[in-house]
Ligand binder design. Structure first.
Ligand code: ADP
Length: 380
């Protein structure tokens, strides 16, 4: 038994990979997009799972399936690591729906469908929040009334944990050290984006908060803003909390500043002199730079700054902009190394820089598969 099926469901998508763990080969890779949207062919996640099963036909050998690994977005403060799924775990994921109203229901539907489809195969939940459960109270506490914190679960949870964990371990390996020996800042810059400060293998701070809205400027999310702004907009325009939430999550960020949530479009527009696009890039990089400074102060010593995900792995403009002016802190990119396109893990810092600046392609699926097998290994 050497195969693991990894299921990663977003609010309107299902991504899957069937991995042969002996040689880490991908036996099947696919995605169902636009679930529940008028332009999509699939009505809901349950129907989506049926499509996945049909697509897996041929590649999947049930007798070889050791585990199904599920990415679950919100594990609250209950789940600190990968967890073997049973009815009680499903109930707990359901109870966390108020904290992740779009994602956890989708994750749950997929778990239930997969349990029905593979009743004899262990299913493991890998939570996006789990890696950040090591945040000290000083870093995860918001200065709000006690009842919000204790009764309503208001605190920083952080997300992208699987990616931050995988990438920081790979960075340690590139430095020839163990994860417990290094301090790392990971910049996960995809459509969603977050920074994580990792001290000796443990997350000590991260930019996403109770929800994924806080922190960096993202494709369609605003990131940090004055918390008084939503109430001001509600008073001035009569918009509802739900509408404002929607605007800040889906209609803000690069999309609001430059007309596209895709960094490639913004980059191209800025290169041809589009001022709005240039401002978007400047604001995007400035926000990252502020977080690097803050996390440098939180960590004290930094061994590596690591770029990952779609933008981090592919955009020399953003990587150079993010570290501009940080030379005096020992952080810089070599123009030559930074602009070389590659799909490999690599150094992009110049020879003189004290801190390694790295690009590490993220691989959440392999991390989920590894963690799923680790749980089973520990349980047997
Ligand atoms: P998600 O957060 O949806 O998993 P990804 O990590 O795949 O997203 O990142 C997607 C983003 O990466 C795209 O929106 C795009 O802006 C950016 N991107 C992808 N390729 C490039 C590239 N060659 N140059 C600049 N940006 C890129």
């Amino acid at each position: 038994m050497n195969q693991v099926l990894v299921l990663n469901s977003g609010s309107s998508s299902i991504k899957y990979q069937l991995i042969d763990m002996d040689d880490r080969a991908r036996l099947a890779v696919g995605a169902i997009e636009r679930i529940g949207e008028s332009s999509g062919a699939v009505a809901d996640h349950a129907a989506g799972m049926k499509v996945v099963l049909a697509e897996l036909e041929g590649a999947l050998d049930r007798s070889q399936l050791a585990a199904v690994g599920h990415r679950v977005v919100h594990g609250g403060d209950r789940f600190r690591g990968p967890t073997l799924i049973d009815d009680e775990v499903c109930d707990a994921v359901r109870e966390l729906i108020p904290l992740a109203p779009l994602h956890n229901p989708a994750n749950l539907t997929l778990i239930e469908a997969a349990r029905a489809a593979f009743p004899d195969t262990p299913q493991v939940a890998v939570f996006d929040t789990a890696f950040h459960q090591t945040l000290p109270a000083a870093a995860h506490t918001y200065a709000v009334p006690q009842s919000w914190r204790t009764d309503l679960g208001v605190r920083r949870y952080g997300f992208h944990g699987t990616s931050h964990q995988y990438v920081s371990r790979r960075a340690a390996a590139m430095l020839g050290r163990r994860p417990e020996e290094v301090n790392v800042i990971v910049l996960h810059l995809g459509n969603g984006a977050s920074v994580c400060a990792i001290r000796e293998g443990k997350s000590i701070d991260t930019s996403m908060g109770m929800t994924p809205l806080e922190g960096l400027i993202m494709g369609t999310r605003s990131g940090d803003l004055d918390p008084a702004i939503p109430a001001y907009i509600a008073r001035q325009t009569g918009r509802s909390p739900e509408q404002i939430d929607q605007t800040l999550n889906k209609e803000s960020g690069l999309l609001a500043l430059a007309g596209s949530n895709d960094l490639r479009d913004v980059d191209t527009a800025a290169a041809t002199g589009d001022e709005a696009a240039q401002l978007a890039l400047d604001a995007y990089c400035y926000r990252i730079r502020k977080y690097i400074g803050a996390y440098l102060a939180a960590l004290g010593r930094l061994d590596a700054l690591v770029f990952t995900a779609g933008v981090g792995e592919n955009s020399p403009t953003i990587r150079a902009g993010a570290v501009a002016g940080l030379d005096h802190l020992g952080i810089a990119v070599s123009p030559k190394r930074n602009t070389q396109q590659s799909k490999e893990e690599r150094y992009i810092s110049p020879y003189w820089a004290e801190t390694a600046v790295l690009v590490v392609p993220t691989d959440e699926e392999i991390e989920i598969a590894d963690q799923a097998l680790a749980v089973l290994g520990g349980a047997s």
